[in-house]
Structures are given as C-alpha cells and as structure tokens.
Design a protein around this ligand. Structure first.
Ligand SMILES: Cc1ncc(COP(=O)(O)O)c(C=O)c1O
Length: 378
C-alpha cells in the first residue's frame, strides 16, 4: 500500500462552481453562447498603464526575486495610497507584498494559529478562510450571519461566539458573497472585544474601491494591532498577476517576513513592477469609470432578479456579487445552477460554496441539500 492522503484534506471542500465552469466551457466548445456570472473576477482587462509597466519591467530584465517583503518602491507606493485615499499613515515597514490576498490570508493565519485554536468566520463567507484555518490545524467556527446582521459579523455575534480557545475573527468588508459592509463603529467595537480577550481581527479589504454608496474607511484607521489584507485582484483588475498585500502590527513584521521567505520567496517580480502604475492618476481614472459600470449593472440586475422571484434582502453596497435566495424557485441551488446553465446558458455560483453548513470545518451529509442561495457576479 502506498502513502495515504493527509486527514486534513477531508475538511477542505472543492469549489462547486468549478463544475459549473467546466460545463460552461464544454458548452462553449460546442458553440453555445454562455453568460458568465459565476467567476469572482472583473470581466475588464488589466488597465493599459499597468500592462505597459509590467512589459517594460520584463523587457528591462526585472525578472529576479525581490525581497520577500516586496519591492521597496511598491511598499512606499502602497503607503502613499493609504495616505491619499484614506488619510491614514501606514509605514512601508509594516506592509508585506503577497501573492494575492490568498497569500496574505495564509500568512496571517500561519502567523497566528496554533493547533486547536479557534477562528471565527462568517457563514456565508469566503470559503478559503475556513480552509486556511484547517490547514494550520486550527478550528474555524462558522458564525451564521443573515439579513438581520447585514450578512456580517457584528460585535454581538463576536461576543457570543468568542470562547477561551478563540484567537481571532476574520471579517471581509465589503464581503464575498453578499457585498455588504461592516459599519466602522462595529469594526471598532469588534477590535476592542478581540483586544480585551487577547486576540485580534483579520480584516479583508479586498473589495475596497468597489463600493457604490460612498467610500469606506480602512480598519487601519482604528488600530495598529490588526491584520489588514488587500489585493490588486479586484479593484485593480489584476486577478491573474497574483499580487496583493497585507499590513501587520509592527511586532509581527519579522515573523511574517520569515514565513513569506519560506512559503513564497517573494511575490511575482513583473507583477510588482506593473503594480507601481496602479496608483497613477491615469489608471485610477480608468478604474473609477469601471466602478461606475459595475454600479450600473448592479442597479439593473438586483431589481430584475427580484422581479424574477429571487430574494435579495440587502442591496449589495460593494464588491460585484449578488447573493440571492432561490427558495421560491427550487429546494436545491446546485441543481438550479446546473439547470440554468443547460437551459438558459447562464452560469452562476451555487450557494453551497459559501457555507450555510453550520460547519466546524467539516461538511455534513449531502451537500446538495444545503443552501437555497445562488451567487451572481455582475
Ligand atoms: C473575500 C476574498 N478574499 C480573498 C480572495 C483572494 O483573492 P486574490 O488571491 O486573487 O487576491 C478573494 C477572491 O475571490 C475573496 O473574494
């Protein structure tokens, strides 16, 4: 008998949407025209000034490793972005450039979680969060959030679920899959609750920039003791470049740097050079025009879906997702998503991907019986 697989794999679920995507691609090969509302990335290409900076970097031979913490000039540029966009001073020394928000989340969890430690995550929420915690032999605790809590963790929920084994909570604002935003006052109280209990918050700000009812403030304005994650993937339309960043408390910098060296050596060098152009006024003008387009799509799609019988209690205030209850139309959101693809040529995400399992890191029973929601990307 050969070697088996690690037991932790049983707690890590695949993305169900990949099945939908694979079938969509198959139908496309057969000549069908498919509307893609399933993939969590902007349909806009990377803005030209960023591509040009990346190509120039490659042409000039910038293809070697950078320091693990990232290109110094990029860390200065990110610090400058916090100053101009949010009016917050973040020293470049606390900024670590990562392989997307994914790399940042893995680094944050690796720096914080001991075996058996609990981390609170919202359910529904971004599924990789709970998987990263499991990977480190921690225990993700899914906290059910719904329309009554704006689909976000709240101070009350944090108080209620934080126990002696809890060391952190992960909050994403705006969130995936619901696009809702945590009010600053909530974040402030949650930060204080975590601090009092000897823990911290990991705040995922990957959808910052993509808000439609006014701006949001960064959690970095509240405390220097939080782990705040961002990415070039979504607002900056750079998903495939695999680039993000994280701001960590000063006393964690050396340890996170050490982890980054070991896990990744460094984020991709051409991508880092390309991102230097991301904060230029010319690029930001392109991104702002695209944000207006996302808002127009949202304003069309949400009322239209409601008229079709989908339940959307909260208008998404950010990101580019609609999380829609389809309980009036089906009892099985996965079958519904498959059906919609076959019959109407529209690919969407089954709600199961985002939780709704009452999970403690494991899936119970037949996944098709869970979740009567589906996700649309606009
Ligand atoms: C909430 C959230 N965090 C993190 C990520 C990871 O993004 P990336 O690694 O491309 O920056 C995603 C991607 O969809 C996300 O939705």
């Amino acid at each position: 008998m050969g070697v088996g697989t690690a037991t932790r794999l049983s707690a890590i679920a695949p993305f169900r949407v990949m099945e939908i995507l694979a079938r969509a691609r198959e139908l496309e090969r057969e000549g069908r025209d498919i509307v893609h509302m399933e993939i969590g990335e902007p349909d806009f290409p990377t803005p030209k000034p960023i591509c040009e900076a990346g190509m120039a970097a490659i042409a000039s031979g910038a293809v070697f490793y950078t320091p693990a913490q990232g290109l110094p000039a990029l860390r200065v540029a990110i610090s400058g972005f916090y100053r101009t966009r949010y009016g917050v001073e973040v020293p470049p020394s606390r900024i670590i450039v990562t392989t997307g928000a994914s790399g940042a989340l893995l680094l944050a969890v690796s720096a914080l979680v001991n075996p058996g430690d609990r981390v609170l995550v919202s359910d529904p929420g971004y599924p990789c969060n709970r998987h990263f915690v499991r990977l480190l032999d921690g225990e993700p605790v899914g906290v059910a959030v719904g329309a009554d809590s704006n689909y976000q963790l709240t101070p009350e929920l944090i108080e209620q679920h934080w126990d002696s084994r809890t060391i952190a909570a992960i909050a994403a604002s705006p969130s995936n899959p619901t696009g809702t935003i945590t009010p600053v006052a909530h974040l402030e109280t949650m930060t204080e609750i975590a601090r009092k209990r000897g823990g911290t918050l990991i705040v995922d700000e990957i959808y910052h920039g993509l808000t439609y009812e006014g701006g949001v403030s960064t959690a970095l304005a509240l405390s220097d003791e939080l782990f705040v994650i961002n990415s070039f993937s979504k607002y900056f339309n750079m998903t495939g470049w695999r680039l993000g960043w994280m701001v960590v408390p000063e006393r964690y910098v050396a340890d996170v740097d050490k982890l980054a060296q070991n896990l990744f050596l460094a984020a991709p060098t051409p991508a880092q050079h390309a991102a230097l152009a991301a904060f230029e006024p010319e690029t930001l003008a392109i991104l702002e025009a695209r944000r207006a387009e996302f808002k127009a799509r949202r304003d069309y799609l949400v009322p239209a879906l409601r008229r079709l019988g989908f339940e959307i209690p909260q208008m998404p205030e950010g990101a580019f997702y609609v999380y829609a209850g389809c309980g009036r139309l089906t009892r099985d959101s996965f079958a519904f998503a498959r059906d919609l693809l076959e019959r109407a040529g529209v690919a969407i995400t089954p709600g199961i991907d985002f939780g709704s399992l009452g999970f403690a890191g494991v899936m119970y029973g037949d996944p098709r019986s869970y979740g009567i929601e589906v996700g649309f990307k606009f």
